[in-house]
Design a protein around this ligand. Structure first.
Ligand code: NCD
Length: 473
């Protein structure tokens, strides 16, 4: 079956952080503020815990489907739905569902839409939430799909930062830990770029740098200027991966001639220190050694004097219990905000009457340049953790890519980039290995190897013209 087009669906899904505009995020935060003001415990302005129940979602049911362990995300979603006056049906343990009999995501969600008004899904494969969203008419919220994204954790992170700092623009945010496999990092980094923060990415150990497709996207789609630097200056970390400066700081961009200068400019002080754990369960290739633990000594550097320390939790040993008592550690507050933020998101997605001013309705504008290319010829996503490689799901999913340039396609499920080995023109029936050729996307056909091209009756493109003049259109 082909990848379904999203505009056929009237309700909204939150599969990636890109599914929400900055305005919508702010709208959700305003509603979360209302929940804290009216249902929060503690003094006005400092409350973070919700108590009691409102009747707003009476009669609504949320289905939570967790195919991976969870404490904060599942409990806070379920608590949020119940405090909104709605109820929850859940599968916290997939072994109790028909998935053990081989039932697919597509079938599960098409059944669940008759039982519930929205679905929250966590799954170990990247792109699983996209599949769920494509096969049901009710809203689907991604509660983490493998190492891909975790957009509602980002909402909690941003809400915490906004409460602390009022604005994100111009803040120096250090993202530390497993940048490769951490889905919370991937959603957060795009949001930080959009809100104009300066991002410093520091892997916990070599090999855990940001994935290439995330780098590419920050540079090409978010206009981030970035540089790699080995200058550790007086930082306790061994290696700074990259420093991203968003275009909201043009005065800085103008000064970024040398790495030295950039580090000096970008790291005067850290406002936010976002720590993540090594995701050992997702990565059997990396030796998770020398992953420095963040403790008082680590934070004694003057750069961290006023930094807020955040962590999506759970922690293992990368964040010392010492910091719990430190004024800078605000991760339990961050976890507590999970309830008001998720209450606001659910109220907005379900179009609850009382939340009508906050309803999230219109789909974000689709970029007309982006075209979906379905790989009928067996072109496969090369990310082994992509949902298109799942033994059950692969039976009905067609690997599908967004056409970026002839050199690069993006998997619509896991968003990894793929470079085809050969490209062809479906009208002229010619193929070539020269990926710089311009072929209109509607005529573009991609092949993993030459044999595939020949099997489809394509012939090798030959020309007398110079390489630079070759155009296959
Ligand atoms: C994170 C997750 O599941 O991605 N936890 C969470 O949802 N708060 C972080 C992690 O597991 O490391």
């Amino acid at each position: 079956m082909q990848h379904k087009q999203r505009h056929t669906k009237t309700s909204r899904d939150i599969v990636t952080i890109e599914d929400l505009t900055n305005d919508e995020i702010m709208k959700i935060f305003s509603l979360a503020d209302i929940f804290l003001e009216t249902m929060g415990t503690g003094n006005e302005g400092t409350s973070r815990r919700i108590r009691g129940v409102t009747p707003w979602a009476k009669g609504f049911i949320l289905a939570t489907l967790f195919y991976e362990p969870s404490t904060r995300t599942r409990f806070s979603f379920e608590s949020a739905m119940q405090r909104l006056g709605g109820s929850v049906v859940t599968a916290a343990d997939p072994s109790t569902t028909s998935v053990t009999k081989g039932e697919t995501i597509a079938d599960t969600v098409r059944v669940l839409e008759s039982y519930a008004d929205a679905i929250v899904l966590r799954h170990p494969f990247e792109g699983a939430a996209r599949v769920a969203a494509d096969y049901t008419d009710i809203p689907v919220v991604n509660a983490g799909d493998g190492g891909h994204e975790h957009p509602t954790q980002t909402l909690c992170d941003l809400y915490t930062l906004q409460k602390k700092n009022k604005t994100l623009a111009g803040l120096n945010v250090l993202l530390y830990g497993d940048l490769k496999n951490g889905r919370t990092i991937h959603s957060l980094i795009y949001a930080l770029a959009r809100f104009g923060a300066c991002i410093i990415a520091v892997p916990g150990t070599p090999g855990l740098e940001l994935p290439t497709h995330v780098h590419t996207r920050l540079r090409e789609e978010y206009g981030c200027d970035l540089t790699t630097s080995k200058n550790t200056a007086d930082l306790p970390m061994k290696q700074v991966d990259v420093v991203y400066v968003t275009p909201t700081k043009p005065h800085q961009l103008a000064l970024l001639d040398t790495e030295e200068l950039k580090i000096e400019i970008s790291l005067p002080k850290i406002d936010i220190f976002y720590v993540t754990r090594p995701q050992r369960e997702r990565d059997h290739d990396t030796a998770f050694q020398n992953y420095p633990s963040v403790d008082r000594n680590f934070l004694s550097n003057n750069r961290f004097r006023d930094a807020s320390v955040l962590h999506p939790l759970p922690r293992v040993d990368e964040l010392s219990y010492e910091i719990d008592e430190d004024r800078r550690g605000i991760y339990f507050q961050q976890a507590a905000y999970g309830v008001p933020v998720r209450m606001a998101l659910l109220a907005a997605l379900l179009h609850l009457d009382e939340a009508r001013d906050f309803a999230i309705t219109k789909q974000p504008e689709e970029n007309s340049e982006r075209q979906v290319y379905s790989a009928e010829l067996g072109l496969k996503c090369d990310n082994s953790r992509c949902i298109t490689h799942h033994p059950n799901e692969s039976a009905y999913l067609t690997p599908t890519f967004t056409y970026r340039t002839p050199q690069s396609l993006r998997c619509v499920y896991c968003e990894h980039e793929l470079q085809p080995a050969f490209i062809g023109n479906s009208t002229t029936r010619k193929y070539t290995s020269c990926l710089s050729k311009r072929i209109k996307s509607k005529h573009l056909v991609c092949f993993s190897n030459e044999q595939q091209a020949r099997d489809r009756g394509f012939e090798l493109y030959k020309t007398q013209r110079s390489e630079s003049e070759k155009v296959l259109t």
